[in-house]
Design a protein around this ligand. Sequence first.
Ligand SMILES: [Mg+2]
Length: 141
Amino acid sequence: MWGTSANKGRGAPPAAAAAPRASIKMLIVDDSNIVRRRIERSQQFENLVVVGTAANGVEALEIFAKTEPDVVTMDLTMPMMDGIECIGRMVAKRPSVRILVISALADKATAVEAMERGANGFLNKPFTDRQLNEAIDELIR
Ligand SMILES: [Mg+2]
């Protein structure tokens, strides 16, 4: 209870201190099941909820429309529809979406093209847990 000795000297009542942070919805897109699971397990944000995973751009757009994620991790080399095209389509549908490209394609031209399509960050494979979490942190900050 507010005003009890346990709260002496604290600036805010317990209800405010315990207010939940709004959850952030994340979609993980990669044609490798291993990479998808790695991203899902390694991310360390309490308020981040993985609302879907997709193995190619076509599947990603379907899940994107259904789940309306705030954040997307996007592979580039995938069957059916690659990440570059998928980024453009997602951004066209919802410009506010934040997209982190996670790809083994390390050349500058690819990164520039992804950014031009609307991506917000680029992480090269292979990546450490720390690199992944720093990249996500920059994306949702
Ligand atoms: Mg791939």
